[in-house]
Design a protein around this ligand. Sequence first.
Ligand SMILES: [Zn+2]
Length: 281
Amino acid sequence: MSKWKDISKIDAHIHLTPDDVIEANRGYDGKFIVNGASIDYIEVMQKYNIEKAFIMPFNDPYMLSMEFTVEAVHNNLLKIAQAYEGKFYCFADIDIRRNIEETLRELNRVFKNEFFIGIKLHPTNTGYPIDGLYYEKIFEYAEKNSILLEIHSYPREILNDDVCSPIRIKKMLKKYPKAKVSVAHLGGFQFEELIGTGVYANISAVLPDLVNRYDIEETNKILRDFGIDRLVFATDYPDNRQLRPEDIYDRYFVILDSMDFNDEEIEKICKTNALRMIGEL
Ligand SMILES: [Zn+2]
């Protein structure tokens, strides 16, 4: 029996690919094409008791639309959320090549819709630092409108000033103290920098990497250091550096079942914290 598999939960960071993008890339053997169809993911949700999932864009409109614009990405994500009502929430995309005024206008349009719950920032994909001027404008907007920011942070471990490094994120937290921030992938192997900052931190993608490097007990301790009220269950399905998409959830649950979290704590990590983070509690 697996407690973590059985509990009804939210996966707070996944990727799905719109049907027309899958169709246009049929010959391409990538995981976002082969394993990214929403209809297939609904079965995955049933199998692993995932009641809801948050869909993330890439800050790269070529990944999620055939028109290659953020507007088209948003319309595609919305289509998925509407087709399976109650199953998905979406994060808004950003294209930093666009004029900031256009971007803010598009965010205003998108956040009229209840299916959009946050903005995804992906400094690694854009090659632009999280503390750069364009992202400052997004932080400003998010803080003012009380919108959650999900920041990709899986920096290269040696280079401390990587575009998504926790040190840069901390700078932004200081500058925008009221911004609601969720850090994806725990800050990679620079996770120590984020401990004590009070951000929401999700274990997507990074959990198996941490276990391989530190073993389960040490990883368990790292997770606890983030704080039980700040940890959020997420996987990054279908993306993982080490695991095949079909093995991701099983491996996550084997790891988590070997840790010392009690029922109440599991409930928080699997659901309560995610709902609180998006303002639903
Ligand atoms: Zn991701």
